[in-house]
Design a protein around this ligand. Structure first.
Ligand code: EPU
Length: 438
């Protein structure tokens, strides 16, 4: 197990380049299953989740090759096998994204129920409801979803659930609908920027989609899609995490390759804490000089505050003066980081979907363990603000969603050292396709 050692108390300064978005790259990689010919995907981050999905896609006959540090080429090779490998699929949530494309293009699919970060229950009922509405026969047995349809039929599908819209559910149905007969309308669709990026990619491939970015998406099915060149949008969660690093450690950090319009809710919360932002076309300067102020915030579907920033913000709020209440309406159970933050000396009380944080706490370094991706990032941020050495174990969770987080923090003059091998070396071209599916 890899770990990161952080010597806290150093102010950050410098520039960090933000990668393409993980949560845009993954569904777009799956969408290449719908196409004839080659897709070239640029600005794809080097992450273990990307490698795992590449292995899954390769096993169902879509060749995936990394031809540049952040470029993937995806091309259909053989459409006979429509069954996803179990162990890789249960390692990640986004593996569910192959279900819609496989059944729409190849008429059947066998996909394991997905895994991913443990954020409470993460059902896929809305994905299945949408596909059933399009005429897909779905059965569940032995941990697998079996899906079959001669040709999908357009339908009007309401995709709202108990916690609002579903991002990957919207992605799955939108992808499936591109090759369906007739018109599909998704109501209560997710409006996240990653959905818009997927729609942009599909439209360049020849799909007919309108309304992406709103809560009603209309898709008119076509007979064929052709792969294309696409540049993935910047990762608003990676950018937000470095903004939080500047906030908890103090100092000034310049983020390059950002879409500040995708980060309005986060900026609003951080500004109310006393963090300053300067925005340019694709650059964001984040500055924290004085003390941080407590603030209340709620994670909501876009354009609200992203749940994927809740753990990092919670870490920053331990350093703020006063009492803050953080609510997660998307994943009410997403608080595994709280117990570990307590080890560092934070004063946090969990009450159902809320955490009450009393600050400022003088955090002191300790051994803590990451048990999910954003929770792990939250512990690293807390380590930056703590006195003495913090050891964060379980860094493989963080490697699923951050490319070289430790090296980038080093570049911002933090004192951070990884123990154990990174998932790949800086500059390495090939993805770690070390465990190809058989
Ligand atoms: N939900 C249902 N039924 C469904 C699907 C979802 O009840 O069929 C519920 C979920 O349990 C949750 C809420 O709806 O309470 C929203 O879940 P959503 O489906 O939107 O999540 P997701 O699409 O599975 C993506 C991101 C997550 C991010 C969420 C919310 C990817 C690969 N994952 O997951 O990212 O937290 O949207 O924005 O895009 C991360 O990057 O760390 C991460 C967990």
């Amino acid at each position: 197990m890899s770990e990161v050692r952080i010597e806290g108390g150093r102010r950050l300064h410098g520039t960090v380049k933000i990668n393409g978005a993980k949560n845009a790259s993954l569904p777009i990689m799956a969408a290449a299953l719908l196409c004839e010919g080659k897709t070239v995907l640029d600005r794809v981050p080097r992450l273990t989740d990307v490698s795992t999905l590449a292995i899954i896609l390769d096993s169902v006959g879509l060749s995936v090759e990394r031809t540049g540090p952040h470029t993937l080429e995806l091309e259909p090779r053989d459409e006979a096998n429509c069954s996803c490998p179990h162990d890789h699929a249960i390692a990640m949530r986004a593996s569910i994204c192959v279900l819609g494309p496989l059944v729409a293009k190849r008429k059947h699919a066998r996909v394991p129920l997905p895994g991913g970060c443990v954020l409470g229950e993460r059902p896929v009922d809305l994905h299945l409801k949408g596909l059933r509405a399009m005429g897909v026969d779905i059965k569940q047995k032995g941990g697998y979803i079996f899906a079959e349809a001669e040709r999908l039929k357009g339908a009007r599908i309401y995709l709202g659930g108990p916690h609002g819209s579903t991002v990957l559910g919207t992605a799955n149905i939108m992808m499936a609908a591109t090759l369906a007969e007739g018109v599909t309308v998704i109501e209560h669709a997710a409006s996240e920027p990653e959905i818009c990026d997927l729609a942009d990619y599909l439209q360049k491939c020849g799909a007919s989609i309108s309304g992406a970015g709103t809560h009603t998406i209309r898709i008119e099915g076509v007979n064929r899609l052709e792969g294309c060149l696409h540049h993935v949008i910047p990762d608003r969660i990676e950018a937000g995490t470095y903004a939080c690093a500047a906030a908890i450690a103090g100092g000034e950090v310049t983020l390059q390759n950002v879409r500040s319009d995708h980060m309005a809710a986060l900026r609003d919360v951080m500004e109310s804490m006393g963090v300053e932002f300067e925005l340019d076309a694709s650059t964001m300067i984040v500055r924290r000089k004085g003390t941080l102020r407590a603030t209340d915030c709620t994670a909501l579907p876009y354009p609200g505050l992203p749940t994927d920033m809740q753990p990092q913000l919670l870490a920053v709020l331990t350093a703020a003066e006063g009492t803050s209440v953080v609510t997660d309406s998307v994943y009410p159970e997403r608080f595994t980081h709280v117990g570990e933050l307590l080890r560092l000396g934070a004063d946090i009380v969990r009450q159902g979907p809320q955490a009450v944080i009393r600050g400022p706490s003088a955090l002191t370094g300790a051994y803590v363990r990451a048990s999910d991706l954003r929770g792990g990032a939250s512990l690293i941020l807390a380590g930056l603000g703590a006195e003495g050495e913090t050891v964060v174990a379980g860094i493989e969770h963080v490697d699923r969603g951050y490319e070289l987080l430790d090296e980038k923090l080093l570049g911002l003059h933090a004192t951070v050292k990884r123990q154990g091998a990174p998932p790949y070396q800086a500059g390495q071209l090939q993805l770690p396709f070390h465990k190809r599916a058989s």
